[in-house]
Design a protein around this ligand. Structure first.
Ligand SMILES: [Cu+2]
Length: 187
């Protein structure tokens, strides 16, 4: 009975209470997670919070994911009412004393050409490379994309379907923007 109760509590609080963090130099990498992907999905998204406790700016310049061919750092932003995604080719600056959050709809990591599906609760190794702090291997915990949307939802049950749909559209949009991006690069 006691064991069952523990499992129940663990289930409820697993997304918020079990926060993992890693330290390299003056940086703290907090709660890295990836979104689960459908079978044969070409790309996956990675998120985390980076805290710079140092007195100098640092930059996330690159990285490597064992489960994907390419690792890119992206930014999503609204331009003329359209969500656009672009690679940050010079990396993502983590200003001294500040916290930068990689989250859906904002900065994120893109794992491109996935070698395998990312399934909920799996853990995937990713190497992050910072200009000053150097290299660090972290484990991204895969979160169920549907549960993520559920936990982010604050408007009640009626809004749920709508929320999930818009997330799905955003996903499609992300892939579209991707192909545009590469076309532009090719010009
Ligand atoms: Cu992206």
């Amino acid at each position: 009975m006691k064991y069952y109760l523990t499992c129940l509590l663990f289930g409820i609080f697993s997304t918020t209470a079990i926060a993992e963090s890693y330290k390299v130099g003056d940086l703290i990498i907090d709660t890295p997670y990836a979104r689960s992907t459908p079978p044969l999905a070409p790309v996956g998204g990675g998120f985390m919070t980076i805290i710079n406790n140092g007195s100098e700016d640092d930059t996330l310049v690159s990285g490597e994911a064992t489960f994907a061919e390419a690792f890119e750092i992206h930014e999503m932003s609204m331009k003329d009412g359209v969500m656009k995604m672009a690679e940050l080719e010079d990396g993502l600056v983590i200003p001294a004393g500040e916290t930068v959050e990689l989250k859906p709809g904002s900065y994120h990591l893109m794992f491109i050409t996935l070698a395998e599906q990312l399934k909920p609760k799996e853990r995937r190794k990713v190497t992050l490379v910072f200009e000053k702090a150097g290299e660090l291997e972290v484990e991204f915990v895969v979160r169920d994309i549907l549960k993520m949307d559920h936990s982010n939802m604050k408007k009640g049950a009626d809004a749920k379907a709508g929320t999930d749909h818009s997330e799905m559209k955003k996903h499609g949009g992300m892939n579209l923007d991707h192909s545009n991006m590469h076309k532009e690069e090719a010009k």
